[in-house]
Each structure stands twice: as structure tokens, then as C-alpha cells.
Design a protein. Structure first.
Length: 275
């Protein structure tokens, strides 16, 4: 159980559970690093032959783990749960659908928008995912990238019984942008293509104006068209620089080499757990 600085302070509860049952292990992060960083911390110390990744809000139901495990015994290295009937708000479902459509467009990877992190993974899959050290974390996308034999099956998805998601609209948009930038450079190529299209269109329009002026003595329109063109081109230039800046910013984050997370305390000896 990983406590990512949850506001309801679950760490004393985790400590109590761990003291009562040695199979329970708890990790307490020094601050809130984010969901996928917390998953990374948990995977780092997960030693089972099979590892189940699930959220703590119990929308992913523990009763479904047996279904995932039984399917894995048919020869699969990972079995991912698909939320057959998502019990999320319409806004969240719509946002998820739009994100995966955009992600599919930019990366070429087809992903079912019903898919989450909930699934069972063989130890070799977990060890492969643990090799990813980049700052931009997305467990589900990493699991998709590493390959191995995988399958998705329908599971029951429960309504959230308490609390509310920490993913605000702003955080969801940021997560979407980070994921697309981390897994695709198509946005850069589109920016280059847009620049060429605008340039050639401008040259073509300029030739039309010159021909009209020479052959038909049509005066060249002035102020309004000039200002519209100026603002359009300036906006495109600034937008293009912004896209490049996003990629440079990600490179800067990687070059700093900061740790993905910092552990404040655990309920177990971390050295022994890695032996």
C-alpha cells in the first residue's frame, strides 16, 4: 500500500494493518508525487510472481482479481481489466474517450478507453516496466509498450463510495499533453507541415495579387488584409515555438536526473525486501 500524501492521512491505518499481518507492506512517500509515481514506488518493492495494480478507491474491486488471475493461467503475461460499465461521471468518461482518440491519432497505438491500470502482471513484465526511468510516468502506456502476451477482459466497475478524485480538469489536460509528448513527436511534424502550408499559401496568394495588379490594374488591398495576415502568422509562429518549448521542457526535466519519488518511511526493511 502506497500513501502518496493522501489528505485523509491513511498512514497510521496502513501501519496498523502491517503490524497485524506481515504480508501487508506499506510505503509512505515524502509528499504527493502523483498516481503513476506512487505506482512506480509500489512496483519497485513488489516481489510476487504475479503483481496486481489497483487503485485504493475500490472502484477496482478486489473480487475481480481471481478472474484476472484465472485468465492469466491460460498463458498470458498480463491481463488488463476493461470497465464494461464505467461508474464514473459522464464528464470523466467523455474526457477519457477524447484523450484516447487523440493519443491513438498521435501515436498510432489503439487503446480501449475502458482500460485503466487495474490488471495482473507477471513479474517479468513488472521488472521490464521498472527499467523505465523517465520523469513522465504512465503505467498503462508502459505496459502497452513492453509487449509480452496480454489480453483485456471485462470486469465489474463499482461506483466511488467515498471521497472524490484528485484529477481536476487542469490535471487531466496536463496528463494528456504529457503522455502525448512523451510517446510521440507527431505534434512537431504537424507544426512543420502547418508552417509549410501557410508559407506556400502566402506565396500563392501573393502571385495572384501580382497578376491581378499587372493584368487588370486591380489595386492591392491594404490595411485590413495586412493586419489579419500579420496576426495569423504571428500566432502560428508563437504557437509553433510553444510546441517546441514543450519538448525542450521535457528534455530539461530528464536531464536534471531527479529521483522519481522519495520515501519517507516504510513498514518493512527495504534492504531485506530486495534480496
Amino acid at each position: 500500500m502506497v500513501n502518496d500524501a493522501s489528505p485523509d492521512d491513511p498512514w497510521p491505518v496502513i501501519q496498523k494493518l502491517a503490524s497485524e499481518d506481515q504480508r501487508v507492506k506499506g510505503i509512505n512517500l515524502s509528499r504527493n508525487f502523483g498516481q503513476h509515481y506512487a505506482i512506480t514506488a509500489g512496483l519497485e518493492y513488489a516481489l510476487g510472481d504475479w503483481v496486481v495494480v489497483m487503485d485504493c478507491d475500490l472502484q477496482d474491486q478486489p473480487e475481480e482479481i481471481l478472474k484476472l488471475y484465472n485468465k492469466a493461467q491460460e498463458g498470458y503475461d498480463m491481463v488488463i481489466g476493461l470497465r464494461a460499465k464505467r461508474k464514473d461521471s459522464n464528464f470523466k468518461k467523455l474526457g477519457s474517450k477524447l484523450f484516447y482518440k487523440l493519443f491513438t491519432y498521435f501515436t498510432g497505438a489503439t487503446i480501449d478507453n475502458r482500460m485503466g491500470n487495474f490488471g495482473i502482471y507477471a513479474q517479468k513484465v513488472i521488472r521490464s516496466i521498472s527499467l523505465f526511468k523517465e520523469q513522465n510516468r504512465s503505467f498503462g502506456l508502459f505496459a502497452l509498450w513492453v509487449g509480452f502476451r496480454r489480453i483485456e477482459i471485462d470486469i465489474e466497475h463499482a461506483s466511488r463510495s467515498t471521497g472524490k478524485s484528485s484529477y481536476t480538469l487542469r490535471r487531466l489536460i496536463r496528463l494528456a499533453m504529457d503522455s502525448i509528448i512523451a510517446h510521440s513527436n507527431k505534434l512537431l511534424r504537424l507544426t512543420i507541415m502547418l508552417g509549410f502550408v501557410i508559407s506556400f499559401s502566402s506565396i500563392f496568394y501573393a502571385l495572384i495579387l501580382i497578376v491581378k495588379y499587372i493584368l487588370f490594374f486591380t489595386p492591392i488591398a491594404g490595411w485590413t488584409s495586412l493586419m489579419v495576415s500579420l496576426f495569423l502568422s504571428t500566432g502560428m509562429i508563437i504557437g509553433s515555438i510553444g510546441v517546441v518549448g514543450l519538448y525542450i521542457g521535457k528534455i530539461f526535466d530528464e536531464l536534471k536526473g531527479r529521483p522519481l519519488y522519495i520515501i519517507d518511511s516504510t513498514t518493512f526493511d527495504m534492504t531485506v525486501s530486495h534480496e
